[in-house]
Design a protein around this ligand. Structure first.
Ligand code: BGC
Length: 765
């Protein structure tokens, strides 16, 4: 590791051209080396669900085969575990793989908010809720970086669709930006210090993320204290000099020196201060030397693919969400007569397409796991093609025959690869019609029907009332079949919870009218009402709510207690609740905490997800779960003062099985500093003035601030009821005294009142 002074000395000896080269990739995956000046190169590789290291570094489009690696479950499933430790452990495992393979930085996690179920990359993202995304990714980053390997949290920011991903502008309010889209990055940046942040392709309110100073410098560095490097998404830079000035450190991948030349010219022409380039080199070299110390120093790190496959199996079983289990049809007995329908049982859809795609070293399917365990009562029928939506009469007939003879039919269905991938968005939320048709025919003859789903994002389920059970497996990674075996036969209980709402139909989704936007403009008109925040506010029925997931066991919540019944906004609230396993099987459960601002004039969601803990319980066992809530747990972002604000009032602390099933609730009264204007004028309205305790006494003296107290004539009584009169008074501006006082109030009276009011305020501030 080099000291700051040594690094500064190296920079002093570099030419302008060399400095420019350090701020860009040398190839698709490597940084630039300058051996004669003692500067080595380091390698970055894609994640986040496995290591996508390309041995052939000459592959300049990065599209060819990567090394054989282990594919873990998709991020969508990882979020559904609601298990920080587990995601942290996956991070540690990936960190070890990177060390063994001399990869300095893994390009993940991807934490963009799932604004629409249609986003082609939803399988790579965590949640519709920023708190869940933030907490889970913090754990992952800490896990990877504990092995002294860097991460690149991506795609910063508001990158929620693939359509026109290089040019679209995500247009949104500051409040939605802060509360929803940035919050998923803020927690991990503040608490896990990722080595790098990857800025996204899109524009935000018109400005490219890669050259957005507000985003990369004002918010990321100044507000959140980020000290690492900002890396561009691959090809996200439009104007390199502008990007550097805005806070970008590294342009990826190589631009074949073209953009280096432009940078040199910008410095020579006096358009870019060379000191910005120097600081940039300093920041890059700090990371390069820190990472380089690891290269060739990885003896204790093994990439034991078989061991990691077993880890992937353990993890995968926690990602599945049991959505329906009528009559406890699951788990199945191993000697039951089972018809297994659907190609995904033999060739599972286990991961999504694009830059996160892993070259799996082996794959476990449900059928192969059944064979390994010598299950003899299984009949398999393909049913439908796994890749195209074409109904095949013969395949369907065979499936129906298999189902007729069985005690139970498992239908392995889902979305084909072509339906969801990086680079484009889905057009609808439906499953292939050939699968739906086969499922319908099969369930008519089956005694019991269980649907096992493989998809990266929600689907509509027209079959939901006609089947007995649904197990959502998302894209479960290369050990998915073994993990399905563990859950379906009850070796373990399912414990996944939905990290996103499943709407009944696409049209219900809040972004429906504005996804994927019009030309390059995507207006985030639903504002902060993303996912459950919208469905709850509109009191809409959903297919499955956020946080939903069944278990083979049952849990009871009791004894919710708060450390305070009233407190100030800056104090911390400790919340404790007991959870008991009242079923007959050992199982895990994610205890969920929601906060509700009971009465407020601010437009807020009904409730917001602010805490979770996953616990493992034996039958009859009780554990106490503790949460700590702070100011941010209660706050909204106020655009007037550009800060987080907790409105004074009563808040309910709710413990729920999901966002629509609250089991226990207690309240706390919070007192906070009100937001008050620092000046009033003619246009200030009575309601605001009268609520301001600082000026109470002045207003008592000012006639215009007294509600008219006089006998109404009969005609007035007929045309104006009390409510109208009251509102008319409260909502009228100070200047209206002039018109509605029969000439009694003149400007001189208003001016005198204003002068006195503003003087008092300025003294008290
Ligand atoms: C993707 C990134 C990825 C990079 C390198 C880009 O197209 O958006 O997520 O890390 O390519 O493969």
């Amino acid at each position: 590791m080099k000291s700051a002074e040594e690094i500064r000395n190296i920079i002093a000896g570099l030419t302008l051209e060399e400095k420019a080269s350090l701020c860009s990739g040398d190839t698709f995956w490597l940084t630039h080396e300058i051996p004669e000046k003692g500067i080595p190169k380091i390698m970055v590789s894609d994640g986040p669900v496995g290591l996508r290291k390309q041995e052939n570094i000459e592959d300049n489009l990065g599209m060819n085969e990567s090394i054989k690696a282990v594919c873990f479950p998709s991020s969508t499933g990882m979020a559904a575990t609601f298990n920080r430790e587990l995601y942290g452990f996956m991070g540690e495992t990936l960190g070890e793989e990177c060390r063994a393979e001399n990869v300095a930085v893994i390009l993940g996690p991807a934490v963009n908010i799932k604004r629409s179920p249609l986003c082609g990359r939803n399988f790579e993202y965590l949640s519709e809720d920023p708190y869940l995304a933030s907490e889970m990714s913090t754990s992952f980053i800490k896990g990877v970086q504990s092995k002294n390997v860097g991460t690149s949290i991506k795609h910063f920011a508001v990158n929620n669709q693939e359509t026109r991903r290089f040019s679209a502008s995500s247009n949104l309010s500051e409040r939605a930006f802060r509360e929803i889209y940035l919050a998923a990055f803020e927690g991990p940046v503040r608490n896990a210090a990722p080595w790098t942040v990857m800025c996204s392709y899109n524009r935000i309110n018109g400005e490219f993320a890669s050259q957005n100073k507000y985003l990369l410098t004002d918010i990321l560095r100044k507000e959140w204290g980020f000290e690492g490097n900002v890396v561009s998404d691959w090809g996200a830079v439009s104007d390199r000099a502008k990007a550097l000035e805005a806070g970008l450190n590294l342009e990826m991948p190589t631009s074949y020196e073209e953009n280096d030349k432009k940078l040199v010219k910008a410095v020579k022409d006096g358009e870019l201060d060379e000191s910005i380039l120097d600081e940039n080199c300093f920041s890059m070299l700090k990371m390069i030397f820190k990472a380089y110390d690891n290269i060739g120093n990885s003896d204790s790190f093994k990439f034991d693919r078989d061991r990691h496959h077993d880890i992937a199996r353990e993890i995968a079983s926690e990602t599945f969400v049991l959505l329906k289990n009528e009559g406890n049809v699951l788990p199945l007995k191993k000697d039951a007569k089972i018809a297994v329908i659907g190609a995904y049982a033999k060739k599972p859809r286990l991961q999504g397409g694009g830059s996160a795609h892993i070259n799996c070293h082996k794959i476990a399917s449900f059928i192969s796991e059944c064979e390994k365990n010598s299950l003899v009562n299984i009949t398999y029928a393909e049913g439908f093609s796994p890749s195209v939506d074409e109904f095949d009469e013969k395949l369907c007939e065979k499936a129906v025959n298999a189902a007729k003879d069985a005690d139970v039919t498992l239908v392995f269905a889902g979305l084909p690869d072509i339906f969801e991938s990086e680079g484009y968005d889905r057009k609808h939320m439906q499953m292939p019609s050939c699968q739906l048709k086969v499922l319908d025919e099969v369930r008519k003859v089956s005694k019991k029907t269980v649907v096992v789903l493989h998809n990266g994002s929600p689907v509509e389920m027209p079959f939901i009332n006609n089947v007995d059970a649904v197990l959502e497996c998302y894209l479960g990674g290369q050990a998915v079949g073994s993990a399905q075996f563990d859950i379906i036969f009850g070796d373990k209980s399912p414990s996944g919870k939905l990290a996103e709402t499943f709407p009944i139909r696409l049209e219900d989704n809040p972004s429906y009218l504005n996804f994927p936007g019009c030309g390059n403009n995507v207006n985030y008109a639903e504002d902060i009402f993303v996912g459950y925040r919208y469905y709850d506010k509109k009191k809409m029925d959903v297919l499955f709510p956020f946080g939903f997931g069944l278990s083979y066991s049952e849990f009871q919540y009791s004894n919710l207690r708060l450390s305070e019944s009233s407190m100030n906004e800056d104090e911390e609230l400790e919340v404790k609740v007991d959870i008991t396993n009242v079923g007959s099987m050992e199982a895990k459960e994610a205890v969920q905490l929601y906060v509700k601002n009971c009465e407020t004039r601010i437009l807020r969601p009904v409730r917001e997800f602010k805490g979770f803990e996953k616990v493992n319980l034996l039958p009859n066992e009780t554990k106490t779960v503790t949460f700590k809530l702070n100011k941010r747990s209660f706050a909204y972002y106020d655009e007037r003062i550009k800060d987080w604000v907790v409105p004074s009032g009563v808040y309910a602390i709710e413990i729920g099985k999901n966002s629509r099933c609250i089991e226990l609730s207690e309240t706390v009264n919070i007192t906070s500093k009100p937001i008050l204007p620092d000046k009033y004028d003619y246009d200030s309205i009575m309601e605001e003035l009268l609520e301001d305790k600082r000026i109470e006494e002045v207003l008592k003296k000012y006639p215009g601030a007294q509600k008219p107290d006089r006998e109404k004539s009969e005609v007035e009584k007929e045309s104006m009821n009390d409510e109208m009169e009251n509102s008319g008074f409260l909502y009228s501006p100070l200047r209206s005294g002039l018109y509605f006082s029969n000439g009694y109030i003149r400007y001189k009276d208003i001016d005198a009142a204003l002068e006195e009011i503003n003087e008092i305020i300025s003294k008290k501030e």
